[in-house]
Design a protein around this ligand. Structure first.
Ligand code: AMP
Length: 281
């Protein structure tokens, strides 16, 4: 596996692969990789000739006061996981490699990115879209892999690729969970033992919502209310949002018909965690 911090190295390797007619899969990440990331890399390795993984804690998607500085980092462990999962190239640039001092071009979106996480993190998706489009330009992937764990991000990237005619297939991958149900996340390392236990309230609320839907409930408000009550019963939990939205446009829905995303963000202590499920009917 090639490991580099230089985008020129990535571009040179990508040119060689393209010349040989070989396909490229891209897995963008912020590192501190776990089994969720691994599932994306393995899927990409199964479907593409070469897999590029990026590890970059992207400053433009963090607002002042968020966890940019404290975000966990371990490039050696990440490198070992990437190699083991079948990546051909690991790109882990420094912020200066991605953002020139006079950098001034951003990818912004008027819809899809405004609700849910975009409401509480208003500059977040502008940073995500900008860095993902830069990574797409650098790695020129045929396919790019994203987890449904960050469901709104997946919807935002799909819309960006469609609107900007980017020549890449966006592949959504299922949420990988811990044995007890907690969605795997690099941020789970912030949780104390007591908070780790309390964090199970997210996956419990998801399971409860899913059960209500499977039992035939079609009223979004009733499902949301039940999920909220479950979360509110946990003293360490503070709800940011629990919402049902259309899966493509991320706009609120009243009825759980068609493709609907039920998503939640909950603070456990000072750690903000997300989870979701998708209804297709
Ligand atoms: P991150 O490093 O958190 O920015 O995540 C990088 C990619 O991995 C994103 O596409 C995430 O949606 C995906 N991902 C993170 N956690 C999980 C998980 N538990 N299951 C599946 N995909 C995940």
């Amino acid at each position: 596996m090639i490991s580099t911090t230089a985008k020129a190295d990535v571009k040179a390797q990508v040119r060689a692969w393209k010349r040989a007619g070989e396909s490229i899969g891209l897995v963008p990440t912020m590192g501190y990789l776990h089994e969720g990331h691994r599932s994306l890399i393995e899927r990409a390795a199964a479907e593409c000739d070469h897999v590029v993984v990026s590890v970059f804690v992207n400053p433009t998607q963090f607002a002042p006061g968020e966890d940019l500085q404290s975000y966990p980092r371990d490039i050696e462990a990440d490198s070992a996981l990437c190699e083991d999962a079948g990546a051909a190239l690991l790109f882990h640039p420094a912020p200066e490699e991605m953002y020139a001092p006079d950098f001034c071009t951003f990818v912004d979106m008027d819809a899809v990115s405004k609700g849910l996480c975009g409401a509480s993190r208003p500059t977040h998706f502008r940073g995500v879209c900008t860095v993902v489009s830069k990574l797409m330009h650098i790695a020129q992937p045929d396919r790019a892999y994203f987890g449904q764990k960050d469901a709104q991000q997946l919807a935002v990237i799909r819309r960006m690729v469609r609107d900007l005619d980017m020549n890449v297939d966006v592949v959504g991958c299922p949420i990988v969970r811990e044995q007890d149900g907690l969605a795997k996340s690099s941020r789970n390392t912030y949780l104390s033992a007591e908070e780790r236990e309390a964090a199970l309230v997210l996956s419990r609320a998801v399971a409860q919502g899913r059960q209500l839907v499977e039992a035939g409930e079609t009223c979004a408000a009733r499902v949301i209310e039940a999920m909220r009550a479950t979360i509110e019963a946990q003293p360490l939990a503070r709800i940011d949002y629990v919402e049902a939205v259309s899966w493509d446009a991320i706009e609120p829905v009243e009825s759980l018909e068609g493709s609907v995303l039920v998503a939640l963000a909950v603070y456990i202590g000072s750690t903000r965690l997300i989870d979701n499920f998708i209804i297709e009917r």
